[in-house]
Design a protein around this ligand. Sequence first.
Ligand SMILES: [Zn+2]
Length: 303
Amino acid sequence: MSLDYTSNSVRPRLDELVPSRYALQIGNIDVLVVSDGVLMLPGAMLAHNADPATRAAWLKDNFLPPDALDWALNVVVVRSGGRTILVDAGMGVEFPVPKAGQLVHRLEAAGIDLASVTDVVLTHMHMDHVGGLLVDGVKERLRPDLRIHVAAAEVKFWESPDFSRVSMPPGFPDALRKTAKRFLNEYGSKFHTFETEYEVAPGVVVCRTGGHTPGHSVVRLASGGDRLTFAGDLVFAVGFEHPDWYNGFEHDPEEAARVRTSLLRELAANRELLVATHMPFPSVGHVAVAGNAFRWVPAIWEY
Ligand SMILES: [Zn+2]
């Protein structure tokens, strides 16, 4: 018997001390938030247009380290009308980040077989959202008739992506370009593109917002009077108090800020649940509003 698990990049880990999944129900729709881990990034990327002293004060006030901090990395599995939909796929392991890229074994730990996934929805094609499907052995385990829903504008954008407005550490633009290109090569034949919105399954609608990337999309769930929006990268923890602070990954920061503010305003008004990729796990909560500032109100866990 071999005890060598090192060659298998999707090996199960038995030593996890933290919860990595959180389930909830939106009417008849099953929702499972799964953590891909956390991503360590420079603090300046939270707000590259903010005055450094103001940004440093915000980090301190939020008990966060001044230079680099962990961003949560959440994906969502949605089940509705007999379909199993994976929304985003985490970081993968091509550009190893010590604490991210855990999606596959965490799906398995949650009892979700890759072969049961009928649809993938991509909020956008940054590597922390598509990389999980590029892990060795994953493609072979997915169904041959898998549909990957992505906005046509997103596919177009990555043909010749504009990085002139972002603020990323060195090496990131190349890694992002390379990963998106590889993803297109591997999975382009499974793409089902849409212009503005598409109903993937009953009550599960993917809607293009643009902003973060030109084809960035959110997933809106509605069933039996309950509503939840998975906002992808439109909203970060800092974006509630400072929706006008530019995130370093935003390709059109002004538009991203405009879309973020209008989504937060809408969610506050209709009192629906919000889940977002980089909000602290499980990132399920509500949006409160007071004037021009918003407040994140985490949901109470149901055990
Ligand atoms: Zn992201």
